[in-house]
Design a protein around this ligand. Structure first.
Ligand SMILES: [Zn+2]
Ligand SMILES: [Zn+2]
Length: 1022
């Protein structure tokens, strides 16, 4: 395949001057400002070249194949040592940029093709999740999948291979996450090209291959003046064991054609020596460096030499020669079959080849592996790709979207630990850079997944089908982000706003200028972390985006102090004042708890009987007392779990000698049973203890369910969730925990879902006894409110083989638990509320109680559906219809009432009499409530035009009385005064405005006579 000889991009642009370029493409201006730092070091003639390279943005740049090319064009090579830039006048007529870069896909294909043609098996990339390698979080190099082959543990039917390996470096030892976006070469996800020899060829052939692929005109065709070759320069391999310079490699490079002065021996272990571990295969490396040219220097160096770390010299390929096997003593034994492992980062190689055609493109992010994704991200977020800061965000989104897409496609799901946690961090960081936590954010990552899949479908066709499921995962994760970040980021903004105000004022007073640089005190940051669940890395990224510096030293100190406080409160036994009888007994004696192993046991000795009178030797039948046994199966209330109930029985188990109503620890180690004696009892008697097994089974289900829910809360809401209180009873469980917001219905559903999924796994619970330090070190959660002994604490574990921690939940706990999770049956949350500021309470049920609840709810639903004559799914709609209908009817009733009042008004008008020339209507009416009576008075007043209306009615056993006076009569009459007089007669009181007044009364029998008195009263008042 001939790919190096490139068809030229003949672009006969008529534009000639820099100014013309600028006018033709205004975007350049802003993009230029982003590069101003680098350009500052360049001269004017170089400056005009920037316009030219900008004028052909990469997305337009496509290599034409020889077949497409109208004329075969010899590649034009940059001259060694020259500025490699044509004068502006000659640019357009004789374009030197005929070297159109290979696309990322083409670089990948070319590399694999080269080695395939040379007898290598093209092996698919292995998963990002390493199989059977617990030492590795993610696949991070091409050789990972061949580790056992190199170690001689596995045979393959080939001994030469080439791959393009998906890699992730984030979390763990190789953590590049925080650098991504700010540098040209850091990525979370990247592809590593490589060729491998398993005891086949060695140094000489490996160097020959690399040389040919990199320099041959028909392959990558990189000119010699752009290349440097390093070899191992000697170092102490193990204490007092020195290995000399790799002269073989140096000679081999010269032999294939490298100029002597370009082959450089680098001493030390850091750069040019590779080892699989402290013991095992190892050997020297040789690296190929590419010179990006002075424009790529981060520090504006114009003529620095090779070895400078300013970004100009970039390693593009590392050849590892596995030559030795290092034993435990550090001795290097030559491997019988030396091997080769090489790695060339695809993104770096692509950017070197891009730079070859255009010295002003030097970043991996300038290549077509990223640029189209950044443009897509700009579309989705509205960020401006030509703005320096916003471009960083777009780089981050592009990079992280690639990582998230490939990680989820390889089966990693966001979670709070291990790989899932790294994925969550990556997703969070992408979202933080995509904008504010608002609904529009929901479409960003799914949109990016589509773009990544579209862009990478050639080498990874499996991505296209995975777009839907991956988007669904990211959508859920975005929803989660929006939910928790809205509040916690809001708090952060609040804090920053406050600080900005004060700091700004202070600076202004000092300097006369407002400075918007803010330092967030560590204690404030810690509060956001501890109370609002803002994870440290999120806090870091969010602060950066807001131009805030966090005092991490103080933060770490606050974190450590909290740990110390926690440690202190976990240690040390109870020191409550106890009944002296028990304190004395506890000095020599402890009750042995048998309740972890069952609910009944025999032959327990009565050690002590305590009544109101104190310790006694015996009690008669019927006495209430507290009894201490040498051992018992009755669980004593502790750790939130209520006590068992049950009984003491005789040896045969048939005769109940005492009813046990509960049990507790009066002092540590001693269990007192609250009993009512059914027979005479004395110290030294032997009894059997039986705890109510049904009640106990319910307690155990609820207790284990509490542990499951606690873990689910931390997984779903965040690890800031801390237990603040807990009750485990037979009929329900109650769990209080710190959280800053209400747990919304979708979160509740997610918690229920997760807990029930764990129940379905039906795993066996594990209990270990260990000392408290080991327990806490193993990751067990402890509840601050509880005191634990130093030694022999119980650690209850719900295992999870798939988790890197090895467990789903691990808690210090003295309670009783189910043996297998399946015994819980089903788990249901029934209530969520706030109990104090920042403390939420969840109530839940499990097992038979939950089943009963589901049955009850379904029965109710069915009967309601039956009443509504609707299907169960249509109940809500049917009820809504009914409510609508009721409203309609109410309106109709209102109208009818008004009409009825109107017609009754006409009848009543016939009862009008005149008193001293004033029309007076006084009547008792029936079937009116107060409101409609008021309306009736009103309409009668209007109909009278001028006059007084007094109406009374008996409403619900009480008198309602209303008086209306038309406006013209107000100077003479006051409705309130009239009503006051009348009210007395019905045994009540009242009053009101001059035109309208009301009264109530108790004496409904007096209505008639009161109405009869109205005329006389008015006669007096007028
Ligand atoms: Zn430099
Ligand atoms: Zn517990």
């Amino acid at each position: 395949m001939q790919v190096g000889a490139v068809a030229g991009r003949r672009n006969a642009s008529p534009l000639r001057s820099a100014a013309e370029f600028l006018i033709a493409n205004p975007r350049l201006e802003t993009r230029l400002s982003y590069r101003k730092q680098k350009e500052a070091a360049l001269s004017n003639s170089e400056f005009s070249h920037v316009f030219i390279s900008e004028f052909f943005p990469l997305s337009l740049t496509r290599r034409r194949t020889a077949a497409e090319s109208p004329i075969a064009v010899q590649p034009v090579r940059l001259q060694s040592g020259s500025r490699a830039v044509a004068a502006p006048e000659t640019v357009c007529d004789n374009d030197p940029l005929t070297e159109v870069p290979l696309t990322g896909n083409e670089v990948r294909k070319t590399f694999l093709k080269f080695f395939e043609e040379r007898g290598h098996r093209v092996v698919r990339s292995s998963s990002l999740v390493p199989t059977n390698d617990p030492t590795l979080l993610f696949t991070n190099a091409g050789m990972n999948q061949f580790k056992d082959v190199f170690l001689g543990l596995e045979q393959r039917d080939y001994n030469k291979a080439t791959t393009c390996q998906k890699c992730v470096r984030a979390g763990g030892k190789h953590n590049d996450l925080e650098n991504v976006g700010f540098t040209n070469r850091h990525h979370t996800f990247f592809e590593m090209l490589g060729n491998f020899s398993f005891g086949d060829y060695f140094k000489e052939q490996a160097i020959k291959y690399a040389w040919e692929l990199v320099t041959a005109p028909e392959w990558f065709n990189i000119p010699l003046e752009k290349l440097y070759f390093t070899v191992f320069g000697g170092a102490e391999i193990a204490p007092r064991k020195k290995l000399g310079t790799d002269k073989d490699a140096a000679a081999l490079w010269v032999k294939v054609g490298a100029p002597k002065d370009r082959v450089i021996a680098v001493p030390g272990l850091k750069e040019n020596f590779w080892a699989m571990g402290d013991v095992g295969p190892c050997g020297p490396c040789s690296e190929i460096f590419y010179d990006m040219g002075p424009a790529a220097s981060d520090q504006g160096h114009t003529d620095c030499k090779f070895g400078c770390e300013c970004g100009r010299y970039v390693e593009i390929w590392n050849l590892v020669f596995m030559q030795f096997n290092r034993d435990a003593n550090g001795t290097l034994n030559p491997l019988p079959k030396p091997s080769v492992d090489t790695g060339a980062g695809l993104e770096r190689l692509a950017s070197a080849l891009l730079n070859l055609g255009d010295p002003y493109e030097w970043s991996n992010y300038d290549t077509d592996l990223f640029r189209p994704l950044m443009e897509e991200a700009a579309q989705l977020t509205g960020l401006d790709i030509s703005d320096g800061d916003e471009e960083v965000s777009l780089r981050i989104i592009a990079d992280h979207s690639r990582a998230a897409t490939f990680l989820i496609s390889d089966g990693v799901h966001p979670s709070n630990e291990g790989r899932g946690y790294v994925l969550r961090k990556i997703v969070n960081r992408a979202l933080l850079n995509a904008g504010k936590p608002e609904a529009s954010l929901l479409s960003v990552l799914p949109g990016m997944v589509k773009a990544v899949a579209e862009h990478m479908k050639d080498p990874y066709p499996e991505l296209i089908e995975a777009v839907q499921p991956i988007s669904a995962v990211l959508r859920t994760e975005t929803e989660r982000f929006i939910r928790t970040m809205k509040i916690s980021l809001g708090k952060l903004s609040e804090e920053i706003g406050e600080l900005q105000k004060t700091e700004e004022e202070w600076r202004k007073s000092q300097t006369g200028f407002p400075v918007r640089r803010v330092h967030l005190p560590g204690i404030v940051a810690f509060k956001l972390y501890d109370t609002y669940g803002l994870q440290r890395d999120v806090l870091e990224e969010a602060s950066r985006l807001r131009g805030v510096e966090v005092d991490w030293t103080a933060f770490d100190q606050a974190l450590e102090e909290q740990r110390q406080r926690g440690r202190a409160s976990w240690k040390g036994a109870h020191k409550d004042a106890a009944n002296p009888v028990y304190s004395k007994l506890a000095q020599t004696f402890k009750t042995e708890p048998d309740f972890y192993f069952g609910t009944s046991t025999q032959d327990c000795r009565i050690e002590s009987i305590v009544t109101k009178a104190g310790a006694v030797n015996e009690i008669p039948k019927g006495t209430e007392a507290e009894i201490v046994l040498d051992r018992t199966t009755i669980y004593a209330e502790s750790g939130g779990q209520v006590a068992d109930t049950g009984g003491f029985f005789d040896k045969s188990g048939a005769l109940e000698v005492a009813e046990v109503r509960g049990a507790y620890y009066p002092v540590t180690g001693l269990i007192a049973h609250r009993i009512i004696a059914k027979e005479d009892l004395r110290v030294g008697d032997r009894v059997s203890t039986i705890a109510d097994p049904i009640r106990r089974a319910r307690d155990m289900r609820n207790h284990t369910a509490t542990h499951l829910m606690h873990a689910a809360l931390r997984n779903i809401l965040g690890t800031h969730v801390k237990q603040a209180g807990s009750l485990v009873a037979p009929d329900h469980l109650r769990f209080d925990f710190s959280h800053f917001a209400a747990v919304d219905p979708s979160e509740i559903a997610e918690i229920e879902q997760q807990v029930n999924e764990e129940i379905l796994k039906d795993l066996e619970m594990r209990t270990d006894i260990m000392n408290i330090d080991d327990a806490l070190a193993s990751g067990a959660l402890a509840f601050f409110g509880d005191k634990y002994p130093e030694a022999n604490v119980r650690v209850v574990t719900i295992p999870d083989a798939a988790s890197p921690r090895g467990f789903y939940s691990k808690e210090l706990c003295g309670g009783t638990h189910v043996a297998r999770l399946g015994e819980i049956g089903v788990f249901k949350i029934v209530g969520e509320q706030s109990t104090a500021a920042g403390v939420r309470r969840i109530e839940a049920i499990s097992g038979d109680r939950a089943l009963a609840e589901y049955q009850r709810a379904l029965t109710t639903l069915r009967s309601v559906a039956g009443l509504l004559n609707a299907g169960e799914d249509e109940v809500a709609a049917a009820v809504e219809r009914q409510l609508d209908a009721t409203k309609q009817l109410e309106k109709q009733v209102e109208t009818l009432k008004r009409k009825a009042a109107g017609s009754q008004a006409d009848d009543l008008l016939e009862q009008v009499r005149e008193v001293k020339g004033v029309k007076v209507l006084a009547a008792e009416v029936k079937g009116f409530d107060r409101e409609s009576l008021r309306q009736l008075v009103d309409s009668l007043r209007q109909k009278l035009g001028s006059g007084v209306v007094v109406l009374a009615t008996a409403d619900d056993g009480k008198v309602a009385l209303i008086t209306g006076v038309t406006k013209d009569l107000i100077p003479k009459l006051h409705a309130g005064k009239i009503v006051q007089e009348l009210a007395k007669m019905v045994g009540g009181s009242g009053g009101g405005r001059p035109d309208l007044a009301e009264a109530g009364g108790k004496d409904t029998f007096a209505i008639n006579s009161t109405i009869g008195r109205v005329h006389a009263i008015l006669d007096r008042l007028l």
